[in-house]
Design a protein around this ligand. Structure first.
Ligand code: G6P
Length: 367
């Protein structure tokens, strides 16, 4: 059946606004209502025996994997290797027999990711996949299928599939941590509780759509834009930059906030908007001090943070975008929204073809 845009101007916009619903839908299938614990599909291998995880994906799905690396290592203390699929095979990765290889893909058909999956299978890995299309090649070839329930995604730039991937990966991290004896039952329930707060928090973030549309006019004239973040917000900076590149054709770079002084700081002047993704929390102060380095060089800052963060560091910014205060675990799911909306509104302001950006394909089936 033809999927309608309804009252939305673009599929991408519709898909951004569907996120509270589809994230809730996805989480629902990974949480057991009767005891508030994570439920994974049945598996015929022992999760507690997993010693190493190899994550492979492309594009936005790769950035979901990058966030997951922080979670798997932090919660389950399982070391994670992470590769873009086009690099994975050719670097001759060391894969111990019985290791877990995790592939993340909206379409389940991306040629590089599928080839990487087959390589990992040939090397004796257990194959887990997070995919949005349950009938896809990757879904069929998996030992452990972890579906996202984002529904069909039409806009070429991925949005709702990404936040659904993060939801599944957070549930998997908690399950793995439990299996590894790194998380108590109460802690697992607390993780689930935080995840269940995500749809409401995403909804709150969507409430800032109009402010963000206003701010987009400050970004649209730029030639270069820099995104900065730390910890799990570093992949969000990369994702923000990717979204902007994909649909507005503005050159954008995502950088680890602390690494900026080793290069991109040379680019800073008053023509380069710098978007800082910094929820208040343990990493906030450090990111803010990197932000001050930008300001001292005349950089124009757009700070995305919560009320507490904005009260501490919002002064002197060109613009601020206020997010709800959330548990650090769900911050990437919530902060995805303003970077998606900003890219969307910049593209609309520039008059590009939002749903069908030039040179890009929804599903890349060549290597
Ligand atoms: C293409 C799309 C991106 C997507 C990437 C990976 O480049 O334009 O939006 O993130 O492929 O696709 P997948 O279906 O494997 O997640």
């Amino acid at each position: 059946a033809q999927i309608e845009k309804g009252n939305y101007r673009h599929y991408m916009q519709k898909e951004i606004f569907e996120q509270p619903l589809v994230v809730a839908q996805t989480l629902q299938s990974y949480v057991r209502p009767f005891d508030g614990k994570v439920a994974l599909p049945d598996i015929d291998f022992d999760l507690s025996a997993v010693k190493r995880i190899t994550i492979v994906a492309c594009g936005t799905s790769f950035y979901a994997g990058m966030v997951a690396k922080y979670w798997f290592e932090q919660f389950a203390r399982v070391p994670v290797d992470l590769d873009v699929a086009s690099e994975f095979r050719y670097r001759e990765p060391v894969l111990e027999p019985g290791g877990l290889a995790l592939f993340i893909s909206q379409s389940g058909e991306t040629a590089d990711t599928l080839a990487a999956l087959r390589h990992a299978r040939a090397e004796g890995q257990i194959i887990a996949v997070v995919v949005n299309v349950p009938t896809s090649s990757m879904a069929r070839e998996a030992d452990l299928l972890l579906p996202t329930h984002a529904g069909p995604e039409i806009g070429v730039a991925s949005t709702k599939a990404f936040t659904c991937q993060l939801s599944v990966l957070a549930a998997l991290a908690a399950n793995l941590a439990r299996a590894k004896g790194r998380m108590s039952e109460d802690e697992e329930r607390a993780v689930v509780e935080h995840l269940r707060e995500a749809p409401e928090a995403i909804n709150n973030a969507l409430g800032h759509d109009e402010d963000i549309a206003g701010i987009a006019h400050l970004v649209a004239p730029a030639r270069d834009v820099l995104y900065l973040g730390r910890g799990p917000d570093y992949p969000m900076a990369l994702e923000g930059a990717l979204k902007l590149k994909e649909i507005s054709y503005i050159h954008a770079e995502g950088y680890a906030a602390g690494e900026m002084k080793h290069g991109p700081i040379a680019l800073i002047d008053d023509l380069v908007p710098v978007i800082v993704i910094a929820p208040s929390g343990p990493l906030f102060e450090k990111t803010v001090s990197n932000m001050q380095e930008v300001r001292a060089r005349g950089g124009k800052i757009i700070l995305i943070s919560d009320a507490k963060g904005l009260a501490d560091a919002g002064e002197g910014c060109m613009a601020t975008i206020e997010m709800p205060e959330v548990h650090p675990l769900i911050a990437p799911l919530v902060y995805a929204v303003p970077v998606q909306l900003l890219a969307y509104h910049v593209a609309v302001a520039k008059g590009t073809d939002v749903d069908q950006p030039r040179n890009l394909a929804k599903s890349v089936t060549v290597e």
